[in-house]
Design a binder for this molecule. Structure first.
Ligand code: ADP
Length: 482
């Protein structure tokens, strides 16, 4: 991009990024943002730890920063490209070159996680202050979740006049550290107050970021508002509510090339004008899950099997749904009790309920291509992705009305149906009564082919890519830089 066309330079700081490391949706967003923002004129580089083996994956790697002692050992930053992304990998072998995943080994958190991610944040702040050896210096820093929480804090406490944004992807993880690590984390004692980074007698790196960042974002407008309430804020609701004027909810997008019904290599291609061809994918899906005839809607669940996702409600609503003609195919893994409950459901309703325990990206594509509906009965959902895959594939979402689910699905109310706007069904609260009622409405709508097809077409028209959201981030950055 020619220099004069650049709206600004942003350093994105995160613990994971697709395609290098992914444990959750955070990595998808961090990996998608640079491409989405490039279209808006913003140049974004992603700084993350060089976990074991990652540095080898950089193309045209170049050392662009060298530090002295970084929390107990030497460190450098390597710049290079991976799949078109401009990556900056913080290589500090004493912190990152080890067995296990980014956060844990054999089920146990790395004991020095506070130092490992403080180091990442420290280097980000130094880059913001001094720039890199290749002459690049960010105008703004964008940190993600508790692992990035100390970036705004170091900037503020160090008097470094570079603006910062912190994004909350999941408030459940708050980076809580014993108070006696304050000095070790290079944090000033004077900030250990309830207005600062103190959190019930301990340090919270997420809170540190929330109180010092120039703007706070989260991944949907509804979740932004929910986070200010005790039921969702997990102890940080007051901190976020106190900064309400600086809180922005910006929806995640999905990769519309990867999730494209007309070009999906796993499926018989279809689009909103050739919806009949979805029937072929439906037949294949039934065969793959050992299902017989399903006269009503064939629903899917593709999810972590956890209480957050409301999976425990499924056994309660299933008998009525099956009696009304429905079928269900489940793909997921998670809590052993819930995996067992899914197996039990398949045993109880042979030919109508099928279950695959595991993680299988390709299978998930075939499921979205073939199913009539996707069920997402979450108790909380910061944004959620599967309901958006459902929209894109004309696989109508049945969702709890919370977080990003509430912001992306237009409930089939009589008014929305009359206006041709309905794209799914939402229910509230997240309990078996409301969920069961939603499935009854689903079955009724499915029995009206014209109404159903109109909803599918409306769903497939809905924009679920990054266009709208990248413009929202760009506007926020521009606003911060004045
Ligand atoms: P969360 O990040 O809370 O798990 P999201 O809906 O934001 O929920 O993202 C989950 C992502 O993981 C989606 O892309 C979904 O399709 C995918 N996924 C979840 N479980 C499975 C599975 N068992 N097999 C394949 N993909 C899965």
């Amino acid at each position: 991009m020619p220099e004069q066309a650049i709206a600004g330079r942003v350093l994105s700081v995160a613990s994971e990024c697709v395609p290098l490391v992914k444990t959750g949706g955070l990595a998808d967003v961090v990996g998608a943002l640079p491409k989405a923002l490039a279209g808006q004129g913003w140049q974004m580089r992603v700084l993350m730890p060089a976990y074991r083996g990652l540095a080898d994956r950089l193309e045209r790697a170049e050392e662009v920063w060298t530090g002295g002692d970084l929390f107990g050992g030497p460190a450098i930053v390597l710049a290079g490209r991976v799949d078109g992304l401009d990556m900056l990998l913080l290589s500090a072998p004493h912190l990152y070159d080890r067995d296990g995943g980014p956060y844990s080994v054999a089920g146990h958190d790395h004991a020095d996680n506070p130092e490992r991610f403080a180091a990442l944040c420290w280097v980000a702040a130094e880059i913001a202050r001094d720039g890199l050896g290749d002459g690049w210096r960010p105008d703004l820093v964008h940190a993600h979740d508790w692992q990035g929480g100390l970036v705004p804090a170091y900037l503020r406490y160090g008097g470094i006049g570079v603006k910062s944004v912190i994004t909350v992807h999941n408030i459940a993880f708050q980076g809580v550290v014993p108070a006696d690590r304050l000095a070790a984390l290079r944090l000033p004692g004077a900030e250990f107050t309830s207005d600062g980074l103190e959190y019930y007698g301990r340090i919270s790196t997420l809170k540190a970021g929330l109180v010092t960042a120039d703007a706070i974002t989260t991944v949907s407008p509804t979740y932004a508002e929910e986070l200010m309430r005790p039921a969702f804020g997990m102890g940080l609701e007051g901190v976020i509510a106190a900064r309400a004027a600086r809180v922005h909810g910006i929806l995640n997008g999905v990769d519309t090339e990867v999730w494209d019904p007309a070009g999906d290599l796993e499926a018989e291609p279809f689009d909103s004008r050739r919806l009949m061809r979805k029937a072929l994918n439906r037949d294949r899906l039934r065969a793959e899950f050992g299902l017989g005839e399903v006269p009503g809607p064939l629903a899917i669940v593709v999810s972590r099997l956890t209480g957050q996702k409301g999976i425990d409600l499924i056994p309660a609503v299933l008998p009525d749904f099956i009696a009304a003609g429905g079928g269900l195919a489940v793909l997921g893994s998670g809590e052993p009790g819930l995996e067992g409950a899914m197996h039990a459901a398949a045993a109880r309703f042979p030919g109508r309920v099928g279950v695959t325990i595991g993680y299988d990206e390709a299978l998930s594509h075939r499921m979205f291509a073939g199913a009539d509906a996707v069920l997402v009965p979450s108790r909380f959902e910061p944004c959620g992705l599967t309901q958006m895959y459902g929209l894109r594939y004309g696989t109508l979402p049945v969702v709890a009305e919370t977080g990003g689910l509430a912001d992306t699905v237009i409930n089939a109310s009589p008014m929305a149906l009359a206006a041709g706007a309905a794209t799914g069904i939402s229910f509230h609260p997240t309990d078996a009564l409301a969920f069961g009622q939603a499935l009854r409405r689903l079955t009724q709508l499915y029995a009206q082919p014209k109404v159903w097809a109109a909803m599918q077409r409306a769903a497939m028209r809905q924009p679920v890519g990054w266009e709208v959201s990248s413009a929202a981030y760009a506007a926020l950055y521009a606003d911060l830089l004045g």
